[in-house]
Design a protein around this ligand. Sequence first.
Ligand SMILES: Cc1ncc(COP(=O)(O)O)c(C=O)c1O
Length: 283
Amino acid sequence: MKVLVKDQIINSADANVSISDRGYQFGDGIYEVIRVLNGKLFTEKEHMDRFYSSAEKMDLVMPYDREKLTTLIYDLIKANNVVDGHVYFQLTRGVQEPRNHAFPDNVEAVLTGHTKIYKRDLAMLEEGVSTVTADDVRWLRCDIKTLNLIGNCMAKTKAAKVGAEEAILHRDGLVTECSASTLLIVKDGVVKTHPLTNLVLPGITRMVIMDAIADANIPVKEEAFMLDELFQADEAILASTGHDATPIIEIDGKPVGNGKRGPITAEIQRRYDLRIEQECGKA
Ligand SMILES: Cc1ncc(COP(=O)(O)O)c(C=O)c1O
């Protein structure tokens, strides 16, 4: 497999990073995951916008302009013959010796990236997934797509231990999002999701779904809600680059609605697929 290190595409066996890289020492960096469909980047502009916005929020200096970064990402996809899958790339603040918490001056940020090949999971999109609830123990800048994901990892592990796909996070009962995805619920025909505050990541899949909801004239409220409202939902959706709009059919062992994909979820998925087709062509 080929990987990206700085502005070079090299064999993964030849890639190495310094143990003094701040990404390794502090999780001091940012990342993106972009879906590749038919060899094209889906929602490329939106992901690039968020990458540059994360960098700005962290005072990270981007070593390449957008055009160069996009070229490097496409070169990596081509080098690994990715038709369907995703590309992951991250930027750390770079190497600093001796270790010091304060951000250094004049250190070059380090870009790395790799790819993964997989097809859309059509069975999962129809049958849905089970989830568990977990305390949201993360920090208060969840709007930044930082490498610091230990709170997310702890929650996802709780889910994995019982064979669930995702963990739905809450702060003292107030539902935020999932460990690696956005959460939306539907009650009496109205979609609800947490507003874009510091407590959630501005998900790109969420953005595509919100466009679909607007086009379909489905009522939507960007409002926080409590766990009891979650358990009374007719439908629930897990939204992320890797999951698209996946139905949640079970939470903590209890069925959501009738335990099957609901009509609003199906309509959102139909429109989501159209958007994919517009940007990347037919599967
Ligand atoms: C915490 C969190 N929320 C939401 C998302 C969904 O974001 P996107 O739709 O851009 O993949 C992710 C994706 O990794 C995430 O880690």
